[in-house]
Write a protein that binds this ligand. Structure first.
Ligand code: ATP
Ligand code: MG
Length: 415
């Protein structure tokens, strides 16, 4: 078996990665420590998919080993003593090393208690059989698969399967992870895993806002997040994350359209599309419950708020200046979300024009130029600049001369 895995290692890891894991294997063997490549990268090597995250598990002091390895590779080392983990960054690679550990859960949703363990212990604390495989890196058995839960068989049968029946209770984020992998790979939840998930959906409430948000963010980073969201909706998971969330055909269409509309996608755009169907209180509640912060939180709230503007934006004979006034306070991503989500073609066009053109329009004359023309400082200056901007947006003036003429006319009229 190890021979064909080695061939896949050759094919799916860069020469640099391969050399690095061989070096790590040799170094650990000198110290009589077991060392393994684990988790997602092993799964992806067996699937023939690219994955550049190298996760290594060491039976013993991973930090000491990382220090030696970083010395040999000439990489930068970051150590987390509390977790027994280390990260090495070279010019082209990132390698995570962790001590093999065993876990016990004191209560559902809490972080587990950990102690040093064997590779078997370390694999036994993982989420799904396909993620619970390791490859030996010691030179004597390089590339030998360690697969205590028959993950390889499940990979071939396209199944996402838990390691034990309490798994979703110990850590309910695994329910969101399950649908993410299932939909990414086009697999199926194994039958008893699906039953356990349906039985335990309410356990998602034991998970902190931060951890739930993190899983949602991981879903949004998928190539087709709507697939996992739809599946999570069908399984009753989404309403547990937040009652206002819906995964359905609408979302499917809008997410597809979003990918056609912008590249690269603004990071908060998918979240904004979810928020198009939030009321204002739901938006507030979503942001608070999932501890959304910074730009994403602002975009979500803006998007929920922007719904109120839709009837005004759908009125006929609205000049560009009036549209700009309506949209002035909203973040561009929330406006883009509505350009994708709005039913009305008129609104879509207006929002797109706003984003691509109108919001960039600037008059050639500024405050200083107006003063030189004889406009006194004070509120009148501001009003005149604004009026000039509106005239420019609405196509009443174009050149610098037009602007100067208009200002002079206003002055002579005593405006
Ligand atoms: P991806 O391709 O999405 O990065 P991955 O398998 O590498 O997938 P990570 O989130 O990077 O996933 O986690 C690395 C490994 O850690 C997983 O393969 C899995 O074995 C384990 N793991 C991560 N989260 C959990 C969890 N909540 N419960 C149990 N094991 C987990
Ligand atoms: Mg990973």
């Amino acid at each position: 078996m190890s021979r064909d895995v080695i061939r896949q290692l050759d094919q799916h890891l860069s020469p640099e990665s391969l050399a690095m894991i061989q070096q790590a294997g040799a170094l650990a063997a000198e110290r009589r420590l077991g060392i393994y490549l684990v988790g997602g990268v092993v799964r992806d090597i067996l699937l023939g998919r690219a994955n550049s995250d190298l996760d290594l598990v060491v039976e013993g002091d991973a930090i000491k080993l990382a220090e030696s390895l970083a010395g040999e590779l000439g990489g930068r080392l970051v150590v987390h003593r509390r977790f027994g983990t280390a990260k090495i960054r070279t010019r082209n690679l990132t390698i995570d090393l962790a001590m093999a550990r065993a876990e016990t859960y004191a209560r559902p949703g809490a972080l587990p208690a950990v102690r040093p363990g064997s590779i078997q212990d370390d694999l036994a604390r993982r989420d799904f059989t396909v993620n619970a495989m390791a490859l030996r890196l010691d030179p004597g058995s390089f590339g030998k698969l360690v697969d205590p839960f028959d993950g390889r068989k499940d990979l071939e049968s396209h199944l996402i399967r838990l390691l034990h029946d309490r798994s979703f209770i110990d850590d309910a984020t695994r329910m969101l992870r399950a649908v993410r992998y299932e939909q990414r790979f086009g697999f199926h939840l194994e039958a008893s895993t699906e039953s356990l998930l349906r039985l335990n959906v309410a356990m998602l409430r034991t998970i902190s806002g931060d951890r739930t948000r993190h899983e949602l963010e991981l879903i949004m980073k998928e190539d087709h997040p709507e697939k996992a969201l739809n599946r999570a909706g069908d399984l009753g998971l989404l309403v547990e994350v937040h009652p206002a969330l819906k995964g359905d055909g609408w979302l499917q269409k809008k997410f597809e359209k979003a990918r056609g509309a912008a590249s690269p996608l603004p990071p908060a755009l998918y979240f904004a599309l979810l928020a198009c169907r939030f009321s204002l209180p739901e938006g507030d509640d979503f942001v608070a419950r999932l501890k959304m912060q910074g730009t994403v939180s602002r975009v979500i709230l803006d998007t929920a708020r922007l719904q109120e503007r839709m009837p005004s934006l759908d009125k006929e004979d609205l000049p560009p200046s009036a549209i700009c006034e309506l949209l002035r306070e909203y973040s561009p991503t929330s406006i883009l979300a509505w350009a994708i989500a709005a039913d009305s073609a008129l609104i879509q066009d207006r929002l797109n024009l706003y984003l691509t053109r109108w919001r960039h329009v600037r008059t050639r004359l500024d405050g200083a130029a107006l003063k030189r023309l004889g406009v006194p400082s004070g509120p009148r200056l501001g009003q005149m600049l604004k009026a000039l901007q509106e005239a420019k947006l609405d196509g009443e003036i174009e050149s610098r001369e037009d602007e100067t003429e208009l200002v002079q006319r206003w002055l002579s009229q005593g405006r």
